[in-house]
Design a binder for this molecule. Structure first.
Ligand code: ANZ
Ligand code: ZN
Length: 824
């Protein structure tokens, strides 16, 4: 995930980019072609605020931040494809963001609608929620912020709700938790909708539609509650004697703050609906607990079975008790939210179970065209308008004659005006009258540009698709070319993006794939999903707690969030300068697996530094004027036991490392295996005869493997040690990128695994009699799988006389490759 160019790398960045760099380096060593790109999520509010505070141009501020952070990433020894660098605030990028906006518009997925925003009446600008302080004042002008309805641009992501939900099943390489978060955010809810016809006829509104997850409770409806934003809340439709009070209630600022406390507040409209099945009249209330932007913005009030409805009904005197209001039989005169048997006063539905009743009720309502089954999603359409300067301008023109007209493709990009106005007139493009003024692309008459810019989530919803074709000047990318590269094999980033960024990227990629703008067989198989594997770093807002496996207890944990704000002086640059990039990289991966919280303990980085020094000494001991051996001196079977032990350890480590890089990503354990291997090698060196050529050969071979396994984590040390091992005059003493490729450890490739090294001679067997573990014995490995021979071996043990009289051996399954279980 590309970073926001705030100006300085923080430790969170260091972790993410060390992981991706380590993976990329491993893959390259293993023979893959790797596209490991980098870019900048460069539009957005912080740059604009910094610009206003410092009286600079946000473009310059951003560019200098990018320069600094690019340097820092290089100091971290990350190897990115800098020639594919993508910067979202560059016109040759945002031109394509605007192009994609127009594609969405053409496909009918963009529309304008009124929405509520924070309005600063002094600066005459819209404020983000973060710019309004606790007293509701503007951070900048200090003015009391107003809530205003403004026309805003939306993307109809809800059209994709079902696909976005269903296709989560295809995301096998994603963490379960992230998938759960995606699924909850989309929030599918199944139930029915019912239409309640208005009793008092109004010309415009005929019926109020509600969504309910409990159609079986339709017979218990006592009132209808609508949101303050509901279209019925309009002077034209309201009775004269209630209109003032209803409008005053609905327009009060508090009516938009929905919290639990507000649930009982409401006002009667004086209007009524007719129950679709019984014909009974029911009052309509405007209620604060009804959300204007969920489903239809209206609910059927069932006090006997819903707590909020009950609270509202009691408070507003709609019912006296629950008895007459219940639909489902309940044990006490109380609110009962479960399912049950329909109550005796429910006519033909009495006695049915909730399920049967729901089916019958929906069927009957359907016959009267007053109801139907309905699947509802919590997901809202994506509000992308920002009344801010530092973003991609929305490529639309407002003409008094032709209405809203898209900017023609050949006129893209709609460039941002200069930032001069920003310091004097406020942060919205609306302040720049010269820029605003334009001609209509349709009728050539005078017209106005749209002054909104796009949410930066639009910029970041497609940047990864630009990397494989970063210099395309004709299109955002070539659909076939990029279709070869997506889904992205591994996407590494913070879990704070687990919802919105991933959802928007999934949506946009699916859209492009469905439109035929992206084509590829893997994409086909993944239904246009953008990311095959997702590797997320835990954020401290995460409520999940680790559990100690052995005891099942929750450990006491202390941690500090590593963000810019709570950063406690851990400046990666200072750490890199002090300990070196290799040590910093190793340390950050060693301290915790990527999905867990990282606690920064600078003092423990010293241990890592010492280990690297020890490796340096080892390489010095093993230096010879000869190439680093690629193979062991002889077959493992003919090695003496200590040599064989070292050889096995090399390959066990190699096998662990490969699994780590390919699938588990548990880098801390991988690094501890490397450390153990270095201890094994030191021990072997101390014990071996320095004159023995084949021992020396093996030791150098082992060190060569160790160095190659270290290199993805610690690239500089990897190169250094590799060059030390071979001191022949023809080979360079040190390596640098422009030297012959063969001198680099990365060109040496990933070591080859020798499976025969992993073979073991004996296997530990446990004997379990009637569920009790009785004894262990060691079994010759070649008897594995031969149940009779295993049983014979078990019976030959002295313990068998006591525990295994004449019982039959039931099972001789393998519990693990190392432990054989004999169950009696
Ligand atoms: C009647 C009823 C009876 C309800 C009952 C629940 C229990 P989920 O499952 O989260 O989708 N509802 C519908 N639209 C609403 C809105 N705009 N604002 C607030 N509440 C709304 O929730 C669906 C339930 O939430 C609906 O089912 C409705 O209350 C309420 F025993 O209808 B129910
Ligand atoms: Zn026009």
């Amino acid at each position: 995930m590309f970073p926001y160019p705030s100006g300085k790398l923080h430790m969170g960045h260091v972790r993410v980019y060390t992981i991706s760099d380590t993976l990329a380096r491993y893959r390259r060593m293993a023979g893959y072609q790797v596209l490991h790109p980098m870019g900048w999520d460069a539009f957005g509010l912080p740059a604009e605020n910094a610009a206003i505070e410092r009286q600079v141009d946000p473009a310059q501020w951003t560019a200098s931040n990018i320069r600094e952070m690019r340097e820092q990433l290089k100091q971290l020894l990350t190897e990115f494809d800098w020639d594919r660098e993508v910067t979202t605030c560059a016109p040759d990028y945002y031109r394509w963001t605007q192009h994609l906006f127009l594609q969405l518009h053409r496909a009918g997925l963009v529309y304008r609608k009124e929405a509520m925003v924070n309005w600063d009446p002094v600066d005459k600008t819209v404020l983000a929620n973060e710019q309004v302080d606790a007293e509701g004042r503007s951070w900048r002008s200090g003015a009391k912020v107003e809530r205003r309805q403004l026309r805003q641009w939306f993307i109809r992501i809800t059209d994709y709700a079902k696909d976005l939900l269903d296709d989560i099943a295809l995301l096998e390489g994603w963490p379960e938790r992230v998938k759960q978060m995606q699924s909850n955010w989309i929030g599918q809810s199944t139930g029915a909708e019912f239409d309640f016809r208005l009793q008092e006829t109004t010309e415009y509104v005929e019926a109020i539609r509600v969504f309910t997850s409990r159609p079986d409770t339709l017979l218990g409806v006592q009132f209808i509650a609508i949101a303050p934003e509901h279209p019925l809340v309009d002077r034209r439709y309201l009775p004269k004697d209630t209109a003032d009070a209803v409008l005053a209630f609905a327009n009060a600022k508090e009516s938009l703050q929905r919290d639990a406390m507000a649930s009982k507040e409401g006002v009667a409209t004086g209007l009524h609906v007719v129950h679709p099945l019984t014909g009974a009249p029911l009052p309509i209330y405007v209620a604060r607990y009804v959300l204007g932007d969920y489903s239809t913005g209206a609910v059927m009030g069932v006090p006997a079975h819903d707590r909020r409805d009950a609270q509202f009904a009691m408070e507003n005197g709609i019912i006296r008790g629950m008895h007459e209001a219940r639909a489902v039989v309940q044990p006490r005169d109380d609110i009962y939210t479960g399912e049950g048997i329909l109550a005796s006063h429910c006519g033909i539905y009495a006695g049915m179970t909730s399920k049967e009743a729901a089916a019958a009720i929906v069927r009957d309502a359907e016959r009267k065209s007053a109801g139907r089954w309905k699947t509802q999603y919590r997901l809202r359409d994506w509000l992308i308008s920002r009344q801010r300067y530092w973003g991609a301008p929305i490529p639309m023109v407002h003409c008094p004659v032709c209405d809203v007209v898209p900017v023609p493709e050949q006129d893209l990009p709609v460039l941002l005006p200069s930032a001069d106005q920003l310091h004097t007139k406020g942060a919205s493009l609306a302040a720049d009258e010269t820029w605003r003024h334009t001609t209509c692309p349709k009728c050539n008459g005078p017209a106005q540009r749209d002054t909104d810019t796009m949410d930066t989530f639009v910029d970041s919803s497609w940047y990864f698709l630009r990397f494989p074709d970063a210099h395309n000047t004709e299109r955002p990318f070539d659909g076939d070319r990029v279709g070869q590269h997506v889904p992205v094999d591994i996407y590494v980033g913070g879990v704070e993006h687990a919802i919105l960024h991933l959802l928007y990227s999934r949506f946009l990629t699916k859209f492009l794939w469905r439109q035929g703008m992206l084509r590829g067989s893997r994409l086909e198989a993944m239904h246009g999903e953008p990311f095959q594997r997702l590797l997320t770093q835990l954020d401290l807002t995460d409520p999940a707690r680790p559990v100690i496996r052995a005891t099942g207890q929750t450990p006491t944990i202390s941690y500090e969030k590593m963000s810019k704000s709570k950063y406690n002086g851990v400046d990666p640059q200072a750490v890199i300068e002090r300990y070196g990039a290799d040590c910093t990289r190793l340390h950050i991966l060693y301290k915790a697996p990527p999905t867990e919280v990282l606690e920064w303990e600078e003092h423990s980085i010293v241990g890592m530094q010492r280990w690297l020094l020890r490796l340096h000494r080892l390489a010095g001991q093993l230096a010879q004027p000869a190439p680093v051996p690629q193979h062991a001196p002889m077959q493992p079977a003919s090695m003496p036991p200590t040599a064989r032990g070292l050889y096995r350890q090399v390959h066990e480590t190699l096998s662990e490392m490969t699994t780590t890089f390919e699938s588990s990503f548990v880098f801390n354990t991988a690094i501890s295996h490397l450390i153990k291997l270095s201890h094994g090698l030191s021990g072997f060196l101390t014990a071996m005869d320095p004159q023995c050529a084949s021992s020396m050969h093996l030791a150098r071979y082992a060190m060569g493997c160790l160095v190659r396994m270290l290199a993805p984590f610690a690239p500089a040390m990897g190169e250094e040690l590799w060059s030390m091992l071979d001191t022949s005059p023809s080979s360079p003493a040190t390596s640098s990128p422009d030297m012959a490729a063969t001198s680099s450890v990365f060109a040496a490739g990933w070591p080859q695994l020798d499976p025969s090294a992993l073979q073991v001679d004996t296997i530990m067997c446990v004997v379990q009699v009637n569920g009790k573990l009785r004894w262990r014995f060691s079994l010759p490995a070649d008897l594995l799988g031969n149940a009779e021979a295993v049983e014979a071996q078990a019976r030959a043990c002295p313990e068998s006389a006591r525990y295994l009289p004449a019982s039959t051996v039931h099972d001789a399954t393998t519990a693990s490759p190392q432990v054989r279980r004999v169950i009696v």
